[in-house]
Design a protein. Structure first.
Length: 198
């Protein structure tokens, strides 16, 4: 837990500090979504299962023993993908809206390489991929079948996707990325809770 937490804190510091902060590079969406989306999800699972089910680090005399159940870690990663995608979209939305200002300030985010149009397409693909993950997750029994309640968020994500196509002004559309995160996760959480009692 300590080693993982130190790694996450280090990434957080490097996000805005140093000669080449992560926020000024095309890695911001990737690293922030992995730390906040997968990292937090992983830690939540990790503290609730036996240590040898995921990652285990033990000292046995002069030996340091490291054990990794790579298959379970991959399954946890797949299960976390909706949060990874939606948190990446928060950063992506911010960079789409700040495209011109970022270029003027020398910030070379992902959008400066792929442009706003492709950034919007990536944003929508990322949002709608959450539903593919739900289907796969139910098929793999990572989620109980009521997790499909997350599909009730579909109209909200579609509406917000069209709103981004029409305007890239931050004060108009940034809140829709937050709304996507809250609405999708809200329905998903309710579905997961229902699944616990079935």
């Amino acid at each position: 837990m300590l080693a993982i937490s130190v790694l996450f804190i280090l990434i957080g510091i490097l996000y805005t500090y140093g000669p080449f902060p992560i926020s000024r590079l095309p890695l911001g969406e990737l690293l922030s979504s992995l730390v906040l989306g997968f990292g937090n999800f992983f830690l939540t699972v990790y503290v609730n299962v036996p240590a040898d089910q995921l990652v285990d680090l033990r000292f046995d005399g002069p030996l340091m023993l490291f054990q990794l159940n790579w298959l379970n870690v991959i399954l946890v990663f797949v299960a976390s993908l909706p949060t990874v995608f939606l948190i990446a979209n928060l950063m992506l939305m911010n960079n789409i809206c700040d495209y011109t200002v970022d270029l003027e300030n020398g910030r070379h985010t992902l959008i400066s390489y792929i442009g706003q149009k492709r950034g919007i397409q990536l944003y929508q693909l990322s949002a709608y991929s959450c539903y593919v993950v739900i289907i796969v997750g139910i098929g793999l029994k990572l989620y109980p079948w009521p997790a499909a309640l997350a599909f009730a968020s579909g109209p909200t994500l579609l509406r917000n996707g069209f709103a981004l196509q029409k305007s890239q002004e931050k004060r108009v559309v940034f809140g829709t990325a937050v709304q996507n995160l809250i609405v999708f996760n809200g329905f998903w959480l309710v579905g997961m809770l229902i699944g616990l009692y079935l």
